[in-house]
Design a protein around this ligand. Structure first.
Ligand code: PDD
Length: 298
């Protein structure tokens, strides 16, 4: 079956879904995006993701020329056209076509792309045994330079850390901020459990405030755990009992090693992942009951 991509309001075959070499998303990384996960035809936390997309756009002075409900319809149309129920959706809005030059006013019409693809689950062994991370030498760009709260197409900061991790034989990297405090991993937030407290860097450290992160904090508080959002050093991580990372597609992923320090896949990590899955189930059931999910269109 030919994959269809939503490009500027139209569904077109993937091979024909092309954008200009003058697109400022390509030339300058000038744009924003969201990655969403679809469970049983329902886009999880759709409103939250779209809110963040508009917020990111606002922070770079990019006006998304369509309303949120149109974006929702575009997403559902793309899922239906590709008969997808278990999927991930990548929604990108770039500054659009314009002559060479960084001035955003050179561009008059943002490019909007929605790609929906079947969910490729991470290997089971990752969840059973955990993944290995390094503390990267690359520091997370400070909020004062390029605020990590902006989910932008400008990903080189994180890509450099990922390259370093792979070179050192690890799966991914943790980035510190310029003050040496832990921020996040390259495409995920980080948590650790130590002396009965669930810890995660606060937004002030310069992180993208993940939607998954928010849910995990809520679940933990509801389950009676003590949660501390604060400033942490790499030594805090090294001395933790359990470590895990979170994002939309990987959910909760245990970490088995950071540099030379090893961790077991602990009970709190397992418990929170299970509770997260329950949360997803409840969300999907609620959306389906309220309709329309994409299958409600049938
Ligand atoms: N990444 N931090 C960074 C730098 C990220 O890029 C992401 C998401 C997160 C977690 O956010 P959320 O829980 O809302 O997915 C944290 C997505 C998955 C991506 O880049 O595709």
């Amino acid at each position: 079956m030919t994959m269809l991509v939503h490009l500027n309001g139209k569904l077109i075959p993937a091979k024909e879904a092309l954008i200009s070499v003058f697109d400022h998303g390509f030339l300058y990384g000038d744009g924003v995006y969201e990655t969403m996960r679809v469970y049983d035809g329902v886009t999880f936390m759709l409103d939250e993701h779209l809110n963040r997309l508009y917020r990111s756009a606002l922070m770079i002075g990019l006006i998304i020329p369509v309303e949120v409900n149109s974006l929702k319809n575009y997403i559902y149309d793309t899922l239906i056209a590709n008969s997808l129920k278990e999927a991930f959706v990548r929604l990108t809005v770039s500054r659009g076509y314009g002559p060479i030059g960084i001035d955003p006013d050179l561009c008059h019409s943002p490019t909007i792309v929605i790609i929906a693809q079947e969910m490729r689950d991470y290997p089971k062994s990752f969840y059973e045994r955990g993944i290995s991370l390094i503390i990267s030498e690359i520091r997370r760009n400070p909020r004062e330079a390029l605020n990590p709260q902006i989910k932008s197409l400008n990903f080189l900061n994180n890509i450099l850390a990922k390259i370093e991790a792979k070179k050192k034989g690890s799966y991914d990297a943790i980035m510190l901020n310029v003050y040496g405090m832990v921020t996040e991993s390259t495409i995920s937030n980080i948590f650790f459990y130590k002396e009965n407290v669930l810890c995660t860097p606060s937004p002030d450290c310069g992180i993208l405030e993940g939607i998954t992160r928010g849910i995990i904090i809520e679940i933990a508080l509801r389950d009676g755990l003590i949660v501390k959002e604060g400033e942490f050093t790499k030594e805090d991580l090294y001395s933790a009992d359990e470590v895990f990372i979170t994002n939309t597609t990987l959910e909760v992923m245990p970490v088995s090693r950071i540099d030379n320090k090893e961790y077991p896949v602990g009970n709190i990590t397992r418990l929170l992942h299970k509770a997260y899955k329950e949360e997803v189930k409840a969300y999907v059931a609620k959306v389906k009951a309220e309709g329309p999910s994409i299958w409600g269109y049938e």
